[in-house]
Design a protein around this ligand. Structure first.
Ligand code: BTN
Length: 255
């Protein structure tokens, strides 16, 4: 990456409930700024956004990264998108023929050829040394097996299933170094460069799609316009533009 990488403590375990939960415990107990990465071969209680379960069998890459914050960051929601970009850019390096579509589904998923291959969960912790973020990343590496519930099978994919072969530690290092550069060198949580929103939008799975979402407690539909610098998703509806900040966006199937 042409820049000196941040020195991080690297920890690994064969099995844990959730690497995010373990990292949060470490942060609560830390007396000084903790720059760590914790990975696991499998998780028994992997968590996704909106209280969902993230199935984490052996064969995937599951890790959490701690980001001590200085308090000057004014755009923390952008961290998940920056992490998505770090994953997508790192995967580009293994997409040797460039033939797979590697896209970001706002706000926290990576899609390969139209199916989810990676999810990101960002959480905040107030530790004894101050505020820190935990970015948890789960990537399906090995092919999806028969044990995968039918409801998921058509929606998810894996790197190997799409012909992408990446050594887990190499991929994890590539992602973490990119994300460290975004957060600590480029300070994108204070000032998002135009280049980043342009890249996010050029990789946006939802761009131009019809979606349904909840806004102000009302169900709405619209067409996705863009990902904005504040991390929101701009959507054109019959009542004007809506800027979605939280929650779920569902693609409306068009035949
Ligand atoms: C989602 O799909 O909504 C986000 C999934 C995030 C999964 C990762 S795996 C590592 C870390 N530990 C967890 O329990 N969750 C995240």
């Amino acid at each position: 990456m042409g820049e000196k990488a941040l020195c991080r403590e690297l920890l690994h375990t064969a099995e844990t409930g959730s690497t995010n939960d373990e990292m949060k415990k470490m942060l609560y107990a830390a007396s000084e700024r903790l720059f760590a990465v914790l990975s696991a071969d499998r998780q028994t209680g992997g968590r996704g956004r909106l209280g969902r379960t993230f199935l984490s069998p052996t064969g995937g890459l599951y890790f959490s990264v701690s980001f001590p914050l200085s308090g000057t960051e004014n755009n923390i929601p952008f961290l998940t998108l920056a992490a998505g970009l770090a994953v997508a850019e790192a995967l580009d390096g293994f997409n040797t023929t460039g033939s797979r579509r590697i896209e970001i589904k706002w706000p926290n998923d990576i899609y390969i050829n139209g199916k989810k291959a990676c999810g990101i969960l960002t959480e905040l912790v107030t530790s004894p040394f101050g505020l820190a973020a935990v970015v948890g990343i789960g990537i399906n590496i090995a092919e999806i097996t028969e044990e995968c519930p039918d409801t998921l099978k058509n929606k998810i994919t894996s790197l190997n299933g799409e012909g992408i072969f990446a050594e887990k530690n190499t991929l994890m290092t590539e992602i973490v170094e990119r994300l460290d550069k975004f957060v600590y060198s480029q300070r994108v949580l204070e000032n998002v460069p135009d280049r980043m929103t342009e890249e996010l939008n050029s990789r946006s799975f939802l761009a131009g799609r019809s979606v349904a979402f909840i806004d102000d407690g009302k169900e709405k539909t619209g067409t996705v316009v863009s990902i904005e610098k504040d991390g929101s998703l701009k959507t054109r509806t019959a009542d004007g533009d809506a800027y979605i900040k939280f929650g779920e966006v569902t693609v409306i199937k068009q035949d």
